[in-house]
Design a protein around this ligand. Structure first.
Ligand SMILES: [Mg+2]
Length: 306
């Protein structure tokens, strides 16, 4: 398997997980298996329709490519344009920050100052494209980029650190490494104030039943994705396990799909999942990316930035 297969797997896998999980959002555990029906339309989503997770990931990826690097103000502007066009779904925290009217470098911090709760999984969910792009920048480079993109909408450092961990796990995996074996070392690169808490949810014995928050929070979301990877043996099994957890199914599956796609490569993603896959981009005319559009985006991003 080539590095490019893994890079495409991360971007496409995240989108596939997002679309698979979308109809089950906030539902009970085990619903996907109980229904035995995959990529069904429901809850306002068409079969194969990707949600805000993938829509925002595409916006980040296109900004990186057009600017040949990270222009945070541009990423924020793209998010705002998208948020103003009434996407079908948008995280509460993300919406508050993007519509606050504050400047890009203040909005999230001000929101956090007032609300003191900003450790949602909303920056983790959209990280597949930036993780692929910055993988070439090394551990410090990719973790730093992850933190800065996360901080555009999330003022809580917990969200930055979780996103940085995901970036680094993708980097290791694209290089052919084992993301689970890399966890102890990756934890060492987490900000000291946040290391212990991530150490718990990323530990080998942790499982989603031990979560102390709803999986819309960054810690159990990332922990559940790693658990899904650890307890299954292929892409589809990992992503199904994530959706079957219930709760924030699209996002837990999108994060799982990022990791599992990088690990198992694009060929492991079921074609019956990628065939109906499509990503509308509210605010950007009638643009809709299909699986081939996501592959093209991933190929360009995999060129990366050293
Ligand atoms: Mg979503």
């Amino acid at each position: 398997m080539t590095r490019l297969d893994r890079a495409i797997g991360a971007v496409l896998g995240s989108a596939a997980g997002d679309a698979l999980g979308a109809p089950y959002e906030f539902g009970p555990a085990g619903e996907l298996t109980a229904r035995g029906e995959e990529m069904r339309g429901c809850g306002g989503w068409d079969p194969g329709e990707a949600t805000d997770d993938t829509q925002m990931a595409v916006l980040v990826g296109e900004s990186l490519l057009e600017h040949d690097g990270l222009e945070l103000a541009d990423v924020f502007g793209r998010f705002q344009r998208w948020a103003a066009a009434a996407p079908k779904d948008i995280g509460l925290q993300t919406e508050d920050v993007l519509t606050s009217g504050e400047a890009w470098d203040l909005a999230a911090a001000l929101h956090f100052q007032i609300n003191a709760r900003a450790a949602g999984n909303g920056s983790l969910m959209r990280a597949s494209t930036s993780a692929v792009y910055f993988a070439a920048a090394g551990r410090e480079g990719t973790m730093d980029a992850a933190r800065r993109i996360a901080a555009l909408t999330h003022g809580d450092r917990a969200a930055w650190e979780g996103t940085a961990v995901l970036h680094e796990l993708v980097r290791v995996t694209l290089d052919g490494g084992d993301p689970l074996a890399a966890l102890p070392e990756v934890l060492g690169a987490v900000h000291p104030d946040h290391r212990a808490r991530y150490g718990v949810v990323l530990g080998p014995d942790w499982h989603p039943g031990l979560a102390t928050e709803f999986n819309g929070a960054v810690w159990p979301c990332l922990g559940s994705a790693v658990w899904a990877l650890r307890t299954t043996t292929g892409f589809a099994g990992a992503v199904r396990a994530a959706v079957d957890l219930g709760g924030d199914t699209d996002t837990v599956a999108a994060v799982t799909g990022t990791l599992a796609g990088a690990l198992y490569g694009q060929a492991a993603i079921p074609p019956e999942w990628t065939a109906p896959l499509h990503v509308p981009l509210p605010g950007y005319g009638d643009r809709v990316l299909d699986a081939e559009g996501l592959r093209t985006l991933a190929r360009s991003l995999a060129g990366g930035r050293a």
